[in-house]
Design a protein around this ligand. Structure first.
Ligand SMILES: C[S@@+](CC[C@H](N)C(=O)[O-])C[C@H]1O[C@@H](n2cnc3c(N)ncnc32)[C@H](O)[C@@H]1O
Length: 341
């Protein structure tokens, strides 16, 4: 334990308690005061569409193969999650008729390839994110059927793009990420999506001006330092057509509540994030250490927190805000839909 760590973990909590006694409030109380968002979506259109391709026979087949643990997971899930779990089970059991009808794939990235979660339920996160993208678009009147060319920016091994591929055959789907292994795996295993390894700095030379109707980036701007944060918006402005859209997620005050309640980050760290948000509107810190994020290393790739106020003060000359949902992504990240001017 280094000196800084001892101060943060041992000394500051004692001081905080003393301040609380004297002043009548504590920073911990402030950090914990906000209840986290549930992350539930208003609609699950992509999941509904894929699930609607199954019939009674398919569901009975899945149930007949389900272990008691799988059955318990199904019993405890809400309606949207239950459909996602059925789809995951159908794929995990490799039931050919279900794979064919839905267009979903049974393959999952191996443990040494970057993915946001593991195990047979891992694809559920991809369904949720695809639902999120479509829910936000449709809530402002943008029909997915009206879009043609989409980019999943920072797609990792393709968990979201593969769901959109299965649901909407009309889409031209592209995915890029600087993680070589993830992109190589995705390109080999997920047909019908054009994957490419991207550079860690703009421009993305493989894409031309105004090529995309929509770019989406789940958990990407949550990691950029301030300069990279802005440079990548300029690049999105170049490759998204005028009138096109960019959907992205960021960490904001809702994320502070999320992390405070699930204990994933220390209250002192969150206190600092909250203070910087209040003072500067933006806070970045190093996150990944020497080996980087699965080997992807950059001085401006860590963890960032940002206010909408700061963001729009930087972006409004190029982008107009169509939708802002606090902590909507999994009860953690804010979700923004921007329209390119
Ligand atoms: C938290 S993961 C999210 C992956 C994916 N969007 C998803 O939701 O499954 C962040 C991803 O961003 C990628 N990444 C790192 N630096 C990047 C950059 N400069 N541009 C685009 N993606 C980057 C990482 O390699 C990683 O795959």
């Amino acid at each position: 334990m280094n000196f800084r760590h001892i101060i943060d973990r041992r000394i500051k909590p004692i001081l905080d308690t003393a301040v609380a006694k004297i002043c009548g409030f504590s920073y911990k109380e402030i950090v914990m005061a906000r209840k986290p968002h549930s992350g539930k979506l208003d609609s699950a259109q992509v999941t509904d569409l894929l699930f609607s391709r199954l019939d009674e026979h398919d569901l009975n087949l899945i149930i007949s193969m389900a272990s008691s643990d799988d059955q318990n997971t199904l019993d405890q899930a809400d309606v949207a999650d239950r459909k996602r779990i059925y789809l995951c089970l159908g794929a995990a059991y490799g039931i050919e008729s279900i794979l064919q009808k839905t267009g979903i794939l049974g393959v999952l990235p191996p443990d040494d390839v970057h993915a946001m979660s593991r195990g047979w339920l891992a694809p559920a996160g991809g369904y949720y994110c695809a639902d999120l993208v479509v829910d936000v678009l449709e809530s402002v009147g943008v029909k997915i059927a009206s879009l043609t060319t989409l980019l999943d920016f920072g797609c990792s091994s393709g968990r979201v793009a593969r769901v959109l591929r299965a649901a909407y055959p009309h889409l031209n789907l592209f995915g890029c990420d600087p993680n070589n292994d993830a992109i190589n795996w995705a390109a080999r295993n997920l047909k019908g999506i054009e994957f490419s390894v991207s550079t860690q700095e703009p421009p993305l030379r493989q894409y031309s001006e105004g090529q995309f109707d929509l770019g989406f980036a789940i958990s990407i701007w949550t990691h950029f330092g301030k300069n990279a944060f802005l440079r990548w918006f300029d690049e999105m402005f170049r490759i998204i057509r005028p009138g096109g859209y960019l959907l992205l997620t960021t960490h904001g005050v809702g994320s502070i509540a999320h992390y405070a309640h699930n204990g994933q980050r220390s209250v002192h760290q969150l206190q600092k994030n909250l203070k910087r948000l209040y003072v500067d509107g933006f806070h970045f810190s190093e996150e990944f250490g020497e080996n980087g994020d699965w080997g992807v290393k950059h001085e401006e790739w860590g963890i960032s927190f940002v206010t909408l106020e700061w963001m729009m003060s930087q972006l409004s000359h190029q982008w107009s805000l169509q939708s802002f949902r606090v902590a909507q992504n999994d009860g953690n990240q804010d979700v923004l839909l921007l329209q390119r001017k």
